[in-house]
Every structure is written in C-alpha cells, then in structure tokens.
Design a protein around this ligand. Sequence first.
Ligand code: SOE
Length: 379
Amino acid sequence: MAAKKPLRIGMIGYGFMGRTHSNAYSQVNHFFDLEYKPVLKAVCARNAEKVQAFADQWGYESIETDWKKMIARDDIDAIDICTPNNIHKEIAIAAAKAGKMILCEKPLAMNTAEGEEMCAAVEKAGVANIVWYNYRRVPAVTMAKQLIERGLLGKIFHYRAQFLQDWTINADVPQGGAATWRLDAEAAGSGVTGDLLAHCIDTAIWLNGKIDSVSAMTETFVKERTHALTGQKQAVSIDDAAAVMGRFSNGSLALFESTRYARGHKALYTFEINGENASIAWDLHDLHRLKFYDYRDEGPLRGWKSIHVSDGDHPYMKSWWVPGLQIGYEHTFIHQVADFLKGLETGTPVGPTFRDSLETQKVCDAILASAKDGTWKHI
Ligand code: SOE
C-alpha cells in the first residue's frame, strides 16, 4: 500500500469542538480509503497546563500557547479554528497569508463584513477552506439532498426547521469565559442565530437553494447575567430565541425557529420539506432515520416511511459496520474530514467553503437586522 500523504494539523482551541475534530482526524483513515492522513501535529491554547493535558489525551505531538507561533510553523499544513467566533477572522486571515489550509468552526465569522474579508483572504491565497457545518453529513441528511436532486419531491412549497435547547433558562448561568462565551455577544457575535439557527440555514440553503428575504423576531429573556471573567452583572446582548419567516429563490416558504428556552429539549434539530409529490422529515434525536412520504405510492399503502439509513447503498454507510447498524453524531465530523481529504486528492473544493458559509452569515445578519427594526430584509 502506498504511503499516505500527511496533512499536518494545527488546532487552535480545544473545547467541545476540539474534541469532535480531534476524534475525526484520528478515526478517518480507519474507515475511509484516502491518499491523505491527518497528523495531529500541534494544539494551541493560552493555558499551557490544560492544553498539554488535552494534547496528551488526544495524541497531539506538541503544544503552542500563542496561535501566531502555530501559524508561523512550517511543519503545519492546515489550521483548524475551534476558538470563540470573535477571533476566527484574525486567525483565518493570518493562516491564509501563511499559505495554510483552514478548517473553521461555525459560524464563519461575527458578521458578514468579517466573513467577506475571510473569503477574500482564502481566495487570494488559494488555500483549501471549509466550515464545520457538520449536520450536512448525517447520512440521512445527505440522503435527503440526493432525493431532492433526483427531483422526487417535485416543486418545493415549504421548508421548516427548528433547533431547540434549554440550557440557558436559569438566570444564574453566567456569560463570557471559556464555558459560556456563547452567551457573550462580544465573543459570539450573536446568540442562537449564529449558534443554532445557522445550522438550520446552512442545511436549508444546501438542500433548497438561496434564501432571498427574511422577517424575524428575536427575544432576550434574561436581560442581565454575571460575566464569568469579571464577576460583574452585565446586560445580555445576545438573542436567546429567534423565529423567522422567509422566502427561497425557488418560490418556497421558509419557517425557522431556534431557542435555548425550550424546556426539555437539549439539542433537538428537526426539519421538514414539503414538495408537490413528496415530503421529507428528519430529526436529530433519531438521526439515522429519514421520513419520506410519496403521494405517488399506491393508494391504500400511501403513508410516511421511516427509512433506517444504515444500508450499504446509503450515503457514507458502506464505510461503517454492516447493514442495519447505525452510527451517530461524531461520525458527521469524520465524514467532513473524509470529504475534505478526498477534495484535496481530486483537487475539487468541498463545501461548505468559506464562500458557501458567507451566504449563511448574510441570512443570519438579515435575521438580526429584521428583528431590530421589524421590517423584511432582502439578501
Ligand atoms: C451549542 O450548545 C452547540 O454546542 C452548538 O454550538 C453546536 O454547533 C451544536 O451542534 C450543538 O449545540
């Protein structure tokens, strides 16, 4: 067997996403036949002791405590950005200038203006780039894409999606700091819109095309929270919940909702698409199933099918176990790395690229702007 080409990874940040990505780099070559093999070269974070413990646990060869040093290293090919959103741009632009490939956590940036600069930087440098919108690569979601591309739904009328959580209902949850930066607008840019709704929008654009206009309302239910770093009470300026109406370019109507105040829901992402011939529905808590209803089925047998997406002819599944045995959340990241490496092999960019994700960012910005002044926004 020919030796694999190494893809030497330098990861910046090491929280929850750092774990999902590290696992993906470690597992991908066990299951996918690829020319490239990720090498866990270095992980970077400010606290040397903690980042060393992470490196030891996940098998990184070295650590850095200054991301600029990491980018300057010539033994690193790709920078993985797992930091809070407010430093994505600076890191990505520096990495692109240094000729590094970039794998960036979602959302791409704090806002569209930053995203534009990031796109310009990677395109000027000609470096491979991708954003970790992982849910596209749930096999059942990829299968939804295939069914839509085959035209099985016919004309699409409705696209509705929700992403529901409940972890910020307690007013004692702080904002800011390592664990709760997602509640701090300075670090995150926005609340549920950039964090959760962005997933719904990325999938929606991928499956159903461009979103042309939106009208939205957002709410911040808890107005003040203690800042984890300063201990001071501060006004909360993120959106806790968002409800959005929209129109796609293909004439279909969009309804999106996301919140961290849906008691009982920890991470429930669902979508349903209704076309003239058929409908599709998917639910993250039952992620290996795709629900499909086809009006053309024989009359008495017409009804919703629940397809267990675990057979060898289902997307990604022939690389896993045997038919009928399902896989889960972490595999979506492994699929993303597999596709990214395949893209390097074939020279074909794999999405969502920075440019693709800029479109999601524009929709997020339009949602926040609409919620502010109560008018429809065109994208
Ligand atoms: C927030 O709780 C979060 O971890 C998001 O940041 C992720 O993108 C989402 O997949 C799960 O929820």
